[in-house]
Design a protein around this ligand. Structure first.
Ligand SMILES: [Zn+2]
Length: 193
């Protein structure tokens, strides 16, 4: 049984403490994170309403893990079809996959900037996003423009609509940005914001 499946069951397991169940959810996110770990973590804590103290609502973890699981199932179904197709292509000597492997994630550098819709709504758009660097946002239906965001190491060009990374380049961080971002992430991590 895969790690995601194992830890999903642990998130359900009422014989475990709420904190242990919450840790199991985090392991699931480390395995499958459509927005990258931090933004997926932030999204699920918000959408499932996970309180700062997991003991206050131990079933919130189940809501979060189910939303993630449903998105993973969408990816998995598409991936398995692609895999069969790809196997036949390889047998026929086709070296470059056509169509390309369905994507399982897009990169959202700002943990607090990602689509507000359920993961199951966004996942089909992620699957179909083109491989490599994105020239335009595959999530927002119409171009919403771009904005810059600095994580303390890299300046990212993000979609102004949903926050997906369109390009990144290492730059010298402006003074204080790195510390401010790290402090902000500590608040997200503890579900204080
Ligand atoms: Zn967008």
């Amino acid at each position: 049984m895969g790690s995601f499946t194992t830890h999903r069951l642990r998130a359900y397991d009422r014989t475990r403490s709420p904190v242990q169940r919450f840790v199991a959810l985090r392991t699931c996110i480390a395995e499958f994170a459509p927005y990258g770990f931090k933004a997926t973590y932030h999204h699920l804590c918000r959408s499932a309403g996970i309180p700062a103290e997991p003991e206050m609502d131990s079933e919130a973890v189940v809501r979060a893990v189910e939303e993630l699981h449903a998105a993973r199932e969408i990816w998995l179904a598409e991936f398995r079809v692609w895999q069969v197709h790809r196997h036949a292509q390889k047998a026929a000597g086709v070296r470059v996959p056509d169509p390309p492997e369905p994507r399982r994630r897009l990169w959202y550098p700002d943990p607090e900037s990602h689509p507000a819709e359920p993961l199951t709504v966004v996942m089909p758009r992620i699957l179909r996003a083109p491989a490599g660097d994105l020239a335009e946002c595959p999530v927002c239906a119409t171009g919403r423009g771009t904005k810059f965001w600095h994580d303390g190491f890299t300046e990212h060009l993000l979609c102004a609509g949903c926050g997906v990374s369109l390009a990144g380049r290492p730059t010298v961080p402006p003074p204080g940005v790195e510390t401010a971002r790290a402090e902000r992430w500590r608040l997200v991590w503890r579900r204080r914001v």
